[in-house]
Design a protein around this ligand. Structure first.
Ligand SMILES: [Fe+2]
Ligand SMILES: [Fe+2]
Length: 403
């Protein structure tokens, strides 16, 4: 998992009765060094004497997810669900077992040297990029690890695929956290696991959200990789050189969720599925767009325009998603981008209120019309004429696959 989906309000796990917070998993694939010497508000020092702090929370912060694991077990019970194509999942499992990237994530001395050269405001921007990416990858690790554990008895093949995907996400998160060590920092992932709120999604929403998250992650990574390959003068830090193989992991994860959804046709074939598909597309695209426009300096630093980059990623992700979701947004309609840009303006005004010296009450009062305007733009974007899509068109799209 590599992208973020935050416009759905998180629910405190303590209010959810029997839905467990994933345990802190112990895995041989995941070793995070805490041997750091300095700290920022989002990190902790190696001595463990400093205060343990997590990443700074906001509406757009990458979230951790949990689900109804009992319902998941029912969905993947082959005695109940006859749509589960065991041969297809067995083939997917073999592919995950092949472990194409087993030896890919090996660091070299270039990392530290490059990090030392990144100074001034760009240094903090890079640290934030690494922190947020690491948190998003780690979020996938936690969810997949728990699904692998919980589905072991019901469906060992699907369970093992989840476990192998958690292996991949652990590698990704670990590699990013190693990157932070180049900046003398480390994210306290154990603390984050315990301290952060978990957003609860029913299984079908987990499918929509994680599918989109994986595919958008693929398009983000491959787009940055290709851009830096043709414009090497912006290659400020070697981590981007790893994105080509890395994004194939995300693509495989997305394909697995595609297979899972095909095995649950009730999540794809009615009017409710169409409404939810559009809702999740909108939520994922808007979250990314607002986040990235807030961080345009990072994209400028690597020679990209945040808005152009995001629109490219949104359009490509939407085209990919149209192969499986029963409906998608018409993101190529210029009106959609105009609405996104209007949301960026409103969001900028909202952030500016937070930076004033006004009292909390006054700030909230000033926020009300802006939140109403944002909600109205979101609703208008949601209600734009959608595009009917779906897996029935699979053969037609298959030739357009880009790897
Ligand atoms: Fe990942
Ligand atoms: Fe992934």
């Amino acid at each position: 998992m590599a992208a973020e989906m935050a416009l759905v309000k998180p629910i405190s796990i303590s209010k959810l009765g029997n839905y467990p917070k994933p345990r802190i998993p112990q895995t041989k694939f995941f070793r995070i060094s805490m041997s750091t010497t300095s700290s920022t508000p989002t990190t902790k020092s190696s001595s463990n004497k400093g205060p343990k702090k997590g990443i700074k929370e906001s509406l757009l912060t990458p979230r951790f997810y949990t689900t109804d694991f009992d319902e998941m077990e029912t969905l993947f019970n082959t005695d109940i669900n006859k749509n589960l194509n065991e041969a297809e999942f067995e083939a997917l499992l073999q592919e995950f077992k092949t472990d194409y990237n087993q030896t890919h994530f090996v660091r070299n001395k270039d990392f530290k040297e490059a990090a030392d050269k990144i100074q001034g405001p760009m240094r903090q921007i890079f640290v934030e990029f690494l922190e947020r990416s690491c948190t998003a990858e780690f979020s996938g690790f936690l969810l997949y690890k728990e699904l692998g554990r919980r589905l072991k008895k019901t469906n060992p093949v699907v369970a093992e695929i989840f476990s192998l995907m958690s292996r991949d996400e652990a590698r990704h998160a670990g590699f990013l956290n190693k990157g932070l060590s180049d900046f003398n920092l480390a994210l306290d992932l154990g603390f984050l696991t315990k301290a952060r709120k978990y957003t609860f999604f029913k299984p079908k929403f987990i499918f929509y959200a994680t599918y989109l998250s994986e595919k958008i992650g693929y398009w983000r990574y491959i787009t940055i990789y290709r851009h830096l390959k043709t414009n090497p003068e912006y290659q400020l830090y070697p981590i981007f050189k790893y994105f080509e193989n890395w994004c194939q992991d995300e693509n495989r994860h997305g394909d697995f969720f595609s297979a899972l959804m095909k095995a649950q046709p009730q999540f794809l074939n009615d009017w409710k599925a169409k409404l939810w598909s559009r809702f999740f597309c909108l939520s994922v695209y808007v979250t990314m767009y607002l986040n990235d426009c807030q961080r345009s300096a990072f994209y400028e630093g690597i020679g990209l325009d945040a808005k152009e980059f995001d629109m490219h990623v949104i359009i490509e992700t939407n085209r990919t998603t149209a192969r499986i979701f029963p409906a998608v947004l018409d993101v190529e309609n210029p009106e959609f981008k105009r609405k996104l840009d209007r949301m960026v303006e409103i969001n900028t005004e909202l952030l500016a209120i937070g930076d004033t010296d006004d009292s909390g009450f006054l700030k909230n009062l000033k926020r009300i019309p802006l939140i109403a305007a944002l909600a109205s733009e979101l609703l208008a974007a949601y209600l734009m004429k959608p595009i009917d899509s779906g897996s029935v068109d699979l053969a037609e799209f298959e030739t357009q696959l880009v790897y």
